[in-house]
Write a protein that binds this ligand. Structure first.
Ligand code: HEC
Ligand code: HEC
Ligand code: HEC
Ligand code: HEC
Length: 490
């Protein structure tokens, strides 16, 4: 991890765990002369919620009008500080524990912690999979306000909460908020020296431990198991006002699920969406028992990006933008591109490159050659020239869809080492076909049935391949029939 460079920032920004004043709301007085019953109720507390960043520090720029981006969020938070009291982010900051995501995690800490002063950093199971020891060491040395309520360390004196505390109190002038975080199991191999409590047990324990401190509102992030797990927790947990489901669903929901509890208290289940696309604003009001949710409002983190790379786009915060750019510069200079190649599928087939198909599939080759796919890597190189200081052609997050088989055995490694696999090639859709090439070179004129395992992917499989790259984010509204016409082989 790029620890050294960020230590200072963290120490300066959040070395102390105390709540660093986030923008406070203006305490506007009531307007006289108007019938209060016709006015919308004035909230006592306005929270801004988000989570499941999933490594999306900023949108990729493949399509126009994408939302998200920490630099845009930072701008919004600073420009609209009177519109909310407190911003809280759930965990799962990273997509999976790999060297690239670890770098992104560090930058995320710098942005959320040191620059934007988020008072708590709950960790999801994905974050914990980066390595407990490493996170603990980091926490002990620099004290970022990590939080995890359901993971305990086994010690001789009994189980101790990870990061020392199973809850965090955020003290705001308007309310003392108790924050909890359920990491959950996900696909995590729990280390032997740790114990994972059930969500309900974890919540009960944390509430017991916090009783002496006193608090007004209890908010619990839930990171694993999807919305159903979060709903189960919201239904059963006692003493929790808000459950925030950090379940990876793209869209924020402006309707909460409500679970009435004994004694008139309610637990609300909220979905803030993922990947930093939205900030979900929750307007809350004190009720005789607990809190009343007045309304939810989703703020899309928007701002158009101009087409001038290398300049500061409007609607972005310069400081955060610089941090994100520094990360990209560092990735460009590092050996991450090659380190991240050949990570998965060691048993997978081997790639031949599109040129190797030309001799037998001339028509398909000619059609492909003039398609945008063939030039997809050049797109990255062109962008690199414009950006000057960093290169998407050396960034695993871009190369993955703009080359053939990056991350797989014998797939793309770098422009220098595997030039035959630059761009979206035949095998991006038809699968690794080296053996197919060898078979037909040996067996010219044989019947197709004889090819058996050496057949390339069927048309049907090839059609499904589109969706691995033309996703919700990169290709909004992708329609196979319409798009295939543009690249069909004859
Ligand atoms: C999940 C796959 C995926 C990833 C990751 C990805 N791209 Fe793309 N990119 C696409 C697809 C698909 C298109 C075509 C979109 C369309 O036309 O619908 C595209 C289009 C583009 C275009 C526009 C090409 C043009 O001239 O119209 C640019 C520029 C681009 N990508 C750059 C990047 C950069 C930079 C990154 C990394 C930050 C990146 N891409 C990451 C899949 C991806
Ligand atoms: C963007 C994905 C994609 C790329 C790139 C691509 N193909 Fe295809 N290919 C398909 C799909 C989808 C089908 C099935 C089309 C259909 O449903 O009729 C297909 C069909 C085929 C077929 C069998 C049907 C036919 O047209 O005779 C061959 C052979 C073939 N492709 C070869 C190639 C070769 C060689 C290349 C590279 C020069 C290539 N393809 C590049 C998606 C792709
Ligand atoms: C030496 C000749 C030869 C080469 C090189 C070759 N193929 Fe083929 N390919 C064939 C033959 C022969 C068939 C089956 C008969 C047909 O339909 O043309 C075939 C069929 C296919 C099909 C249809 C599905 C199947 O397997 O029946 C696809 C897709 C395909 N090839 C893709 C590729 C790709 C991708 C490459 C390059 C990596 C490639 N081929 C290289 C000869 C070749
Ligand atoms: C490995 C990732 C990948 C796969 C698989 C893929 N694409 Fe693409 N596609 C891209 C990228 C990247 C671009 C942008 C290329 C550029 O301009 O740089 C693109 C661009 C296109 C374009 C050109 C944009 C336009 O509308 O003119 C079409 C059409 C297209 N893809 C259709 C398809 C279809 C249909 C499939 C499935 C049969 C498919 N793609 C599979 C990555 C992929």
């Amino acid at each position: 991890m790029r620890t050294a460079s960020i230590l200072l920032l963290l120490l300066l920004g959040m070395g102390t765990l105390a709540f660093v004043a986030l923008p406070k709301a203006k305490q506007g007085g009531k307007e006289p002369g108007k019938a209060p019953s016709t006015l919308p109720q004035r909230p006592d507390l306005r929270l801004l919620l988000s989570g499941h960043l999933d490594g999306k520090l900023e949108p990729c720029g493949c399509a126009s009008a994408q939302s998200g981006g920490l630099d845009r969020r930072a701008f919004w938070l600073k420009a609209h500080k009177h519109e909310f009291d407190l911003a809280l982010e759930g965990g799962n900051y990273i997509h999976e524990p790999n060297p690239l995501e670890k770098e992104k995690f560090m930058t995320t800490l710098m942005v959320l912690g040191a620059t934007l002063h988020y008072p708590v950093l709950p960790l999801g199971a994905r974050d914990l999979r980066m390595g407990i020891q490493e996170l603990q060491d980091f926490h002990e040395a620099f004290g970022p306000p990590f939080l995890c309520s359901d993971v305990y360390i086994k010690t001789k004196e009994g189980p101790k909460p990870l990061f020392g505390q199973s809850y965090r109190i955020v003290t705001h002038p308007k309310a003392k908020i108790l924050v909890l975080s359920i990491a959950g199991k996900d696909s995590w191999e729990i280390p032997k020296d740790l114990r994972l409590l059930s969500p309900v047990e974890a919540i009960e324990r944390a509430l017991r431990a916090a009783r002496k401190t006193g608090f007004d509102l209890v908010l619990c992030f839930v990171h694993s198991g999807g919305s159903e797990t979060a709903a189960r927790i919201a239904r059963t947990a006692k003493g929790v006002d808000l459950v925030v489901s950090v379940d990876g669903s793209h869209e924020a929901k402006t309707k909460a699920r409500v679970f009435p509890k004994k004694g008139g208290r309610k637990t609300y289940l909220l979905f803030p969406g993922s990947e930093g696309r939205y900030l979900l604003k929750a307007d809350l009001k004190h009720a005789p028992k607990g809190w009343e949710l007045l309304q939810l409002h989703k703020i899309q983190v928007p701002a158009p990006r101009p087409k001038i790379p290398g300049t500061l786009p409007p609607g972005t915060d310069p400081e955060t933008h610089r941090l994100l750019r520094d990360l990209k510069v560092q990735i460009t200079k590092s050996d991450l591109l090659e380190k991240m190649a050949e990570r998965k599928d060691p048993s997978g087939g081997s790639y031949a490159g599109s040129q190797a198909c030309k001799s037998c599939h001339e028509e398909a080759f000619a059609a492909w050659k003039k398609s945008h796919h063939a030039k997809a890597f050049e797109t990255l190189q062109r962008r690199a020239k414009e950006e000057k200081v960093w290169s998407p052609a050396r960034h695993p997050d871009c190369v993955i869809c703009h080359s053939v088989g990056y991350g797989e055995r014998s797939g793309f490694r770098s422009a220098e080492k595997t030039p035959q696999l630059m761009g979206v090639g035949c095998e991006s859709c038809h699968g690794p076909s080296r053996r197919h090439v060898a078979f037909w070179t040996r067996n010219k004129g044989k019947k197709v049935e004889k090819a058996g395992k050496e057949r390339a992917k069927t048309p049907r499989q090839a059609r499904v391949a589109c969706y691995s790259c033309h996703t919700f984010e990169q290709s909004p509204g992708f329609d196979f029939t319409e798009r295939w016409k543009k690249i069909q082989h004859k």
